[in-house]
Design a protein around this ligand. Structure first.
Ligand code: NOJ
Length: 746
């Protein structure tokens, strides 16, 4: 289109009757298309694209709690909304956007963190599966359902490394390890974005929270983070880089300040690293109100300065703080924010709208028939059950109490979660009117397994947060009549999540006392733990013969747990995060530095780096998880004792299923760099393989290491490997490994 035509009366007439995007020649490259839209936009319209509001939807329609959002959409003052779901709602608002001068479609975003209609295990639980295909599939299903409901964009995956279970948001990520976390980050991005943006079953992913939010001091949400750049680059940023490499369309910055600079105003993170070094082409949305919150941080004086700092630092879209819409125009006019900064942000946003196909058809995600079909897709339920089974961690199983027989005569189910429904879902999940029917409780799951003659006894015993022991006697009476007792205890759904940090991470209320009362009956007891984080439960760990960590497993929780309890599924999950003995050990993680005075073992207490009242080791280590079977590991065989930096080292280990069940094992590979120009962790995960083994069978598992796997950031922040001596470990958990040594030479 010739520019002389652009503002001609004919063109304006065409604009009035035709959505603008249809005027743009299809043959243009994406950049040209974006530029041709940008060129026609006023400054206010550009700033509008950088503005995102919450939906404020009431059950029956939009409400205008804080003003005239609908009018603002019509004026082109809004680029995106969050928390507007359902094709009817998104269509209504998109129609308003089509009344704006430029007719630029809105983006609808939502926290679809572990499912939309079909709720999957919380992300931390899924991480315990170490099953990247399952994790990707879970995100795929979530995207299919969300996109069918008119949502273009999920605020997930959360890829924050978290070594502190007090932090409530530990549930949203993949745990403490950078290597595992990076692979899972990529898997989730791929799952959400499917075959690529533009497909109507794909949602834009959003890697969050950039960055280092998981290291909030003392595990208190929204708290500050102060860490070396080396630690940032080596431990906290790789999952973000993996997400970017996997094609994540967007990033969200974080609430915390990092080394004194709030993430929303952090140019080092957003401009130097993300958009510079990593070449990220998507856009960055702030976290909710985080641009305005820089005032509270004491980083800026007012919203005007907040908008200036955030825009210049590379925050492209303002979620709900209204700093941009109220201040950017003035800032541009005064030369404090360059037009090029605005243009860059808007181009990034428009590019994604083009990629999503919204300029071709703003209503392409508003297909009611598709929405209906995906809303109750039975295949999704099946996937949810599969993923839930894979997420369950068997922590203890003395005398092979589990699996239980389906022919058990009398079984007592005791505890506040037995008949629970929504407490299976966990934080960041949505309630639907038919949830009671759809969510499978433990009660329903167990009953569906038992033979006709089995007698199922039930007692709640107490509520989750109860202080009363009034229900104990009934529970004890039920246990007394049973051959085996299955107890289910844990955290309520709202006890782990955003703004849900806990200083004491024990079972709430009198639940532990209830377990003690039931164990005192002398009956065999299995305890199921429902929680969003690692809990401290030493008495149970030491006195109950069988313990299963069931996290929050979602819609199919009861079926998945029953599959495990009765041996239809042999548990295979491994902890993606260390479980502390007490809160005093936190932060606790397996890849610590050795120190100058390392404790040799748990009883080594004198003038070494230890506590005088507690071993250093966690209660359950990273990578740990039992099976109904057992696995033996041979000694490690290395292809050679010395490798050059250009060569490969093959690490082999034979694993044998030494138990009585066919089973699955996650074989883990760790290394240690014995002497470095900066100190190196005692172990670092470098690989893992999931293997299926029939009982009695053996297989040789092979890993390949190269010098690239041994890289780290040196003092000058160069990403290098250094020749020298290394250890390599292979085993079924970070604490139970075989080891061998090799040398790397130039
Ligand atoms: C705040 C949370 O930190 C973020 O993760 C979420 O995506 C936004 N709110 C939107 O709900």
């Amino acid at each position: 289109m010739k520019s002389s035509l652009l503002f001609s009366p004919l063109f304006l007439l065409i604009l009035l009757v035709t959505p603008f995007y249809k005027v743009i020649a299809q043959k243009k490259s994406l950049d040209q298309k974006v530029d041709s839209v940008l060129r026609l936009m006023t400054l206010d319209e550009k700033i509008g694209q950088m503005n995102q509001y919450n939906g404020d939807w009431a059950a029956t329609g939009p409400i205008t709690k804080d003003g005239d959002k609908q009018e603002q959409i019509k004026k082109g003052m809004l680029g995106s909304m969050l928390n507007v779901t359902g094709t009817d709602h998104t269509r209504t608002l998109q129609q308003l956007a089509m009344q704006s001068r430029m007719k630029i479609p809105l983006l609808f975003g939502q926290d679809i963190v572990h499912g939309y209609r079909t709720i999957f295990p919380i992300p931390l639980a899924e991480a315990a599966s170490w099953d990247l295909a399952a994790i990707e599939l879970s995100a795929r299903v979530a995207a299919t359902e969300g996109a069918a409901a008119g949502i273009h964009w999920t605020f997930a995956p959360m890829v924050d490394i978290a070594r502190d279970p007090r932090w409530g948001r530990v549930m949203e990520g993949a745990g403490e390890d950078t290597y595992l976390g990076s692979l899972i980050a990529a898997a989730r991005v791929k799952g959400f974005q499917g075959k690529g943006l533009g497909n109507t079953d794909a949602m834009m992913a959003c890697a969050k929270h950039f960055a280092a939010y998981g290291a909030a001091v003392a595990g208190r949400d929204y708290n500050s983070v102060d860490m070396s750049n080396r630690q940032l680059l080596e431990t906290y940023l790789p999952p973000f880089e993996a997400a970017a490499k996997a094609g994540a369309a967007t990033f969200m910055n974080s609430f915390n300040d990092l080394n004194g600079v709030p993430a929303s105003g952090n140019a080092y993170l957003q401009r130097t690293i993300l958009k510079g070094q990593w070449g990220f082409k998507g856009f960055v949305v702030s976290d909710w109100g985080s641009i305005g919150e820089m005032i509270n941080h004491g980083f800026v004086k007012d919203n005007y300065e907040a908008a200036m700092a955030a825009a210049n630092a590379g925050s492209d879209m303002d979620m709900e703080s209204r700093s941009y819409i109220q201040n950017l125009a003035k800032l541009v006019k005064e030369g404090k924010v360059k037009m090029a900064v605005i243009d860059d942000a808007v181009k990034r946003i428009l590019r994604k709208k083009f990629e999503m196909g919204l300029f071709d058809d703003p209503f392409r995600f508003c297909n009611e028939a598709r929405e209906k079909e995906q809303f109750n897709n039975p295949d999704h339920i099946k996937v949810a059950r599969e993923v839930a089974k894979k997420s369950i961690v068997l922590l203890k199983n003395e005398k092979q109490l589990l699996p239980l027989s389906k022919g058990v005569k009398n079984i007592a189910l005791i505890g506040p979660f037995v008949k629970a429904k929504s407490d299976n879902l966990g934080f960041w999940s949505y309630d639907w009117p038919d949830d009671t029917a759809r969510i499978v409780s433990l009660w329903e799951g167990v009953k569906s397994k038992l033979a006709a003659g089995s007698n199922v006894l039930y007692a709640k015993g107490c509520e989750i947060k109860d202080t009363s022991r009034a229900g104990f006697s009934g529970a004890v009476a039920a246990a007394m009549q049973a051959d085996v007792v299955v107890m289910t205890v844990g955290e309520a759904r709202d006890m782990t999540g955003e703004a849900k940090s806990r200083s004491i991470i024990r079972l709430p209320g009198v639940q532990e006392d209830l377990v003690k009362a039931i164990v005192a009956t002398g009956k065999p007891v299995v305890v199921l733990m429902s929680a969003g984080r690692p809990l401290v439960f030493n008495w149970i760990a030491d006195n109950v013969p069988a313990i299963v960590y069931t996290w929050w497993l979602g819609t199919q929780a009861g079926n998945a747990i029953a599959d495990v309890l009765f041996g239809d599924y042999n548990p295979s999950a491994k902890l993606p995060i260390s479980f502390p003995r007490t809160e005093g050990q936190i932060p606790i993680y397996y890849n610590y530095y050795n120190t100058g005075r390392p404790a040799k073992n748990d009883s080594d207490l004198n003038y070494v780096s230890s506590y005088i009242d507690l071993p250093n080791s966690p209660k359950y280590p990273f990578g740990f998880g039992l099976s109904y079977s057992s696995f033996g590991y041979s000694d490690i065989v290395l292809s050679k004792p010395v490798i050059k930096s250009t060569e490969k080292l093959v690490v082999k280990c034979t694993v044998t299923n030494t138990g009585n069940y066919d089973g699955e094992e996650t074989v883990q590979l760790y290394t240690r760099d014995l002497v470095g120009s900066v100190v190196r962790p005692v172990k670092e995960l470098k690989g893992f393989k999931k293997i299926q083994l029939k009982k009695g069978a053996s297989t040789t598992v092979e890993f390949t290491l190269t010098a690239n796997d041994l890289r780290f950031y040196n003092e000058k922040l160069q990403y290098i490997f250094e020749p020298g001596d290394f250890k390599v470990f292979v085993g079924g958990s970070s604490a139970s490994v075989k080891e061998a040594g090799f040398k790397l030479v130039k």
